[in-house]
Design a protein around this ligand. Structure first.
Ligand code: CMP
Length: 137
């Protein structure tokens, strides 16, 4: 059993897809340990995506991620990081497998509906960035 971090991004929250996406998450066997809706501040988005700060899409990504509320979540289950990445699908929805969240719902490579940690190490960092211990039940 381990954990991963998920964001349901502004494009999906705006289109009322939180429940649809969480249904896919729960159908995969992952459990939603904690979940909250929030607005990311510019500062939070810049820090969260700082690994991409030299990329040409960085400013646009920060603007998009702060354009509306997001749902941040902690997921738990067997091989949580890889299980969640599998059901999310590829970053670019054009490359995503049928039935994945991004194939079903993403609008573009930027507005791609969901984020998921890429390693156990980053999952821990990302979870601690958004959640305190007492929020994880
Ligand atoms: P995510 O998995 O959250 O990690 C980085 C994000 O940057 C990614 O999802 C997309 O939202 C965005 N992204 C990645 N590549 C591109 C790109 N080529 N153009 C615009 N946005 C991108």
């Amino acid at each position: 059993m381990n954990r991963t971090f998920s964001i349901i991004k502004p494009d999906a929250v705006k289109r009322n897809l939180i429940g649809h996406i969480n249904q896919i998450i729960e159908n995969s066997g992952l459990k939603i340990v904690s979940s909250k809706k929030m607005y990311l501040t510019k500062k939070q988005a810049e820090i969260f995506y700082s690994v991409h700060k030299e990329r040409p899409f960085f400013n646009s990504l920060v603007e998009y991620m702060t354009s509306g509320p997001v749902q941040v979540q902690v997921l738990e289950g067997n091989k949580a990081v890889s299980t969640y990445r599998k059901i999310m699908g590829s970053t670019n929805p054009a490359d995503a497998d049928e039935g994945t969240i991004r194939k079903l719902y993403a609008e573009s490579i930027e507005a791609n509906s969901v984020h998921g940690s890429d390693s156990d190490e980053n999952a821990k960092i990302e979870i601690e960035f958004f959640f305190s211990g007492s929020e994880l039940v």
